[in-house]
Every structure is written in structure tokens, then in C-alpha cells.
Design a protein around this ligand. Structure first.
Ligand code: URP
Ligand code: ZN
Ligand code: ZN
Ligand code: ZN
Length: 459
């Protein structure tokens, strides 16, 4: 199959110009003005933006968590991602405590292989680091799983202690990988949850009040210090607040590079939603939504280059699942659906409203995650020989987000009724037209596992 995309406004993290793009097979073959090639399919992109497919490095598909499973499978989740212009996602494999990383990988392959519609990779979450697991770090890197997720929270479930963290950092550094962290103080949070429960304070608001900003600022600082001590590259996932970002800002003074991800919800939503009548559970996620001042800090952090990535932490649950915690906030499965909405929300609220440039939009939503996680330049840019993962986007089209029209397997939207400016019109994934005219044209199993490189790109 060959495709010619004609006369779009081509936007990468670095450039912004009008050109044609010629695609043959899975790859981009040429970019230039008035390209002289004949193609089997020609797409007129006049008036459209043309940018690289989104890379969402933080999603939880079909994940066992808090007594249930997140409600999007690798099929439904990656399909919804494609509808929203995200062509590659990185999902989390969770080691079971007392078991090996290999067993966990086998289990996740069983769920993803042959099911994914869009491309995917895995992070390996190490929840029990010991001498048996140590040699598996190298093995996982050889499998193309080069990033290792740690939880400083979820005490009694996923959390590791600092002793395990230091040991893991030393090994990951030695083998050329990267440590990802959910950086909040699990002991403090556990104490506050139990305290609120014992006082009969059980509404979703107390989810928020059990994870105050200091729990995230403290853990972020501790993580950054441990990463500095061991020399291991670090990546803080879903950073939400000023205090945590300041821990990273301080580290830059000692010439330490720590990558920072925030998620679309922390840029746009705030903690007042926890008091919305009967609906607070929709936004029960960890860390919780914060304050308006934190949103401003995060937007500024993006422009300062301190916040490198905008992901989703997509971890959807049906309302019925959320209602497992109807009478106790600590039993509400944590997570929020956004895999389909990230690019349109970030464009509308970011670029359209003048908070970030189009180049910055591409950088944080596609290029930086591809670079940091060893997929660049195959993914994350529009260049000759890159995968033809391409979004054709109408920057002026207004539409309304709703659970009635989204493709995620979840019966509510965290953004119900939001009007956004800008719409994903056509999406190519490895040269195939995957989305066009609100239809998905590739099937279950089209999505490939992307083996990642060790090299952590400079961003
Ligand atoms: O609430 C969240 N974030 N759920 C998914 C697991 C995690 O901590 O990322
Ligand atoms: Zn086992
Ligand atoms: Zn987390
Ligand atoms: Zn997560």
C-alpha cells in the first residue's frame, strides 16, 4: 500500500511547514513540497495539521487492581487510543509478590498478543525485588522492556521499600535501563486512610484528603535523592503538584536529569470535583486531583522543559466497579479513563487556548515519550524511515466529549459535555489507514509489540 498525504501543515517537535508526505509499506519514504509520486491512495490535507501519532507511555489495560480488572482490554483500549490519535501505548506488567518477572510477562502477553489493535509496549512493575529477581532485569531489557516501574505507595499491595528501591536502581543502572516511579509516601497515606476511616469519614473527598501534597513532595524528593546517589536515570510518573515539581527543580541545580510526566487530568481538573453530588468516585485516582495553582505550575513546567511528557494513566472502571466503594472511599478502584481524549484535550486547552505551541504539543505527547523510552525515531516524529504513524487533524472543528460517543469501554466520561476545538480526522498506523470518518479500519491483532532500545534519549 502506498499513500500520499498532500499539502498538510506538518508539525513535529522542531518544525512547522507545509509539505506532502509519501508512504510506502509501513514507513515514511519522502517528505517535501509537491512530491512527484503516484500513490494508491491520496489524502488531501489542505487546512489540516499533520503530526506524528501520539505515544501514551502510561496506560493500564485489563489490569488486576483493587479486587477487579481495569475495564479496557488491549483490544478496546488500543482501539480507543487510535480514535484519539494515539498510535502507541506503554502498558504496565505487574510482578506478583513472591513470583518472577517472567511469569508476569507471560501473563500479560497472554492478554495483549493477538488482541491489540494499536501498537504497544510494556513497562515491568517490580513489586518484590530480591536476589532471584536481580538477573531478570537484564533478561527483560533483552526482551525490549527497558523501563522498570516502582510504587512508593499502595502499602500492602504494590509498594516496595527504600532498601529494595536502592538495590533495584543499582541493577537497572548497570544494565542500562530506566526506573519509573509512583512517588507518594505510602506509609503516610496508609495512616491517613485508616485515620479517616476510623473517624467515619468515608466519602470520596477523604480520598483526596488522605493524599495531601506533602505525601507526593516528600516521596518525589526521596526518589530524586536515591536516583542521584545511585546514578540511575529516573522518571516520575503522574506528577501532580507544585511541591513535587520543586523537588525536581532542585535536582536540576546539581545537574541531575530526572524525567517528569504529568497527565492530562492534572492539567485540567481540580479537587472540587470530589464534592460533586454522587459523582466524586469518577475522579478517585492516585495521586488525586489537586488545586488550580498546581495546574498553573504544571503548564509552566511544560514550557520550562521540566515536565517532559503528558500521558493519561488511563485506568478505567465501569461505574458498577467504582461503586465497590460506594460506602468507603478506600474501596473505590483508583483510576480514570482518558486514553482517547488526551490529544484533543491537550490541543484544545493547550494550543488553541495559547498555553503551549503546536511544537510543544507534539513534543510532550509523542516525541519525548518515544525518546525517553527508546522508540525514537521509529516512533515520535515524522521523518524519512520512521514508521508512518500519522494524525491528520482539523484544528478548527468543534465537538463535544461524551460517554455516548467515546470508544473506551467505560460508561461515563470524566469530561462529559466538554467542548473541544480540534478533531482527529484520519490516523495512519504503520502505513495503514487505521481511523477514517469515525471508523476503525484495522482489526484486533494489527497492533504490534514494540521492542524498545536501551538508550534513553536526551530530551
Ligand atoms: O489511580 C491510579 N493512578 N490508578 C492506576 C494505578 C497507578 O497508580 O498508576
Ligand atoms: Zn511463581
Ligand atoms: Zn501510579
Ligand atoms: Zn498508573
Amino acid at each position: 500500500m502506498s499513500v500520499l498525504i498532500k499539502n498538510g501543515r506538518v508539525i513535529t517537535a522542531a518544525d512547522d511547514y507545509h509539505a506532502d508526505i509519501f508512504i510506502e509499506g509501513e514507513k515514511i519514504k519522502a517528505i517535501g513540497k509537491d512530491l512527484p509520486f503516484e500513490a494508491e491512495r491520496s489524502i488531501d490535507a489542505n487546512g489540516m495539521l499533520v503530526f506524528p501519532g501520539g505515544v501514551d507511555p502510561h496506560v493500564h489495560l485489563d489490569m488486576p487492581f483493587m479486587g477487579t480488572f481495569s475495564s479496557d482490554t488491549h483490544e478496546t483500549g488500543t482501539r480507543a487510543a487510535l480514535f484519539g490519535g494515539t498510535t502507541t501505548v506503554i502498558d504496565f506488567v505487574l510482578q506478583k509478590q513472591g513470583h518472577s518477572l517472567r511469569e508476569a510477562l507471560d501473563e500479560w502477553n497472554g492478554r495483549a498478543v493477538g488482541n491489540a489493535v494499536g501498537d504497544y509496549s510494556f513497562h515491568m512493575a517490580v513489586t518484590d525485588y530480591n536476589d532471584k529477581v536481580k538477573p531478570e532485569i537484564k533478561e527483560m531489557i533483552e526482551e525490549g522492556i527497558t523501563s522498570f516501574k516502582t510504587f512508593m505507595a499502595y502499602k500492602g499491595a504494590l509498594m516496595i521499600d527504600d532498601r529494595q528501591m536502592i538495590g533495584l536502581m543499582e541493577e537497572v543502572k548497570k544494565q542500562g535501563g530506566l526506573i519509573n516511579v509512583h512517588a507518594t509516601n505510602g506509609d503516610m497515606i496508609d495512616y491517613l486512610i485508616q485515620k479517616h476511616r476510623s473517624e467515619g469519614k468515608l466519602t470520596p473527598l477523604y480520598h483526596y484528603l488522605s493524599q495531601p501534597e506533602v505525601t507526593e513532595a516528600e516521596a518525589s524528593e526521596r526518589f530524586v535523592d536515591m536516583a542521584n546517589y545511585t546514578g540511575c536515570p529516573g522518571y516520575i510518573v503522574h506528577l501532580t503538584c507544585e511541591g513535587a515539581l520543586n523537588a525536581v527543580r532542585n535536582a536540576t541545580r546539581r545537574n541531575q536529569k530526572v524525567f517528569v510526566e504529568t497527565c492530562i487530568q492534572y492539567l485540567l481538573l481540580d479537587a472540587s470535583l470530589y464534592e460533586k453530588d454522587g459523582e466524586g468516585a469518577k475522579w478517585v485516582m492516585s495521586p488525586p486531583l489537586r488545586q488550580k495553582k498546581d495546574q498553573e505550575t504544571l503548564w509552566a513546567g511544560i514550557n520550562q522543559g521540566l515536565v517532559n511528557v503528558v500521558a493519561t494513566d488511563h485506568c478505567p472502571f465501569l461505574w458498577e466497579q467504582k461503586m465497590m466503594g460506594a460506602n468507603d472511599f478506600s474501596k473505590i478502584p483508583n483510576g480514570h479513563p482518558a486514553i482517547e481524549n488526551r490529544l484533543e484535550l491537550l490541543y484544545s486547552e493547550g494550543v488553541h487556548k495559547g498555553r503551549i505551541t503546536p511544537n510543544k504539543f507534539v513534543e510532550v505527547a509523542s516525541t519525548n515519550p518515544a525518546k525517553i523510552f527508546g522508540m525514537y525515531p521509529r516512533k515520535g516524529t515524522l521523518a524519512v524511515d520512521s514508521d508512518a504513524d500519522i494524525v491528520i487533524f482539523d484544528p478548527d472543528k468543534k465537538h463535544v466529549l461524551s460517554a455516548q460517543t467515546h470508544h473506551m469501554n467505560v460508561d461515563y466520561s470524566g469530561y462529559e459535555g466538554w467542548e473541544v476545538t480540534g478533531k482527529v480526522e484520519t490516523v495512519l498506523l504503520r502505513g495503514e489507514v487505521a481511523i477514517d470518518q469515525n471508523k476503525c479500519l484495522v482489526g484486533k491483532g494489527y497492533g504490534q509489540f514494540i521492542k524498545r532500545n536501551k538508550v534513553v534519549g536526551i530530551v
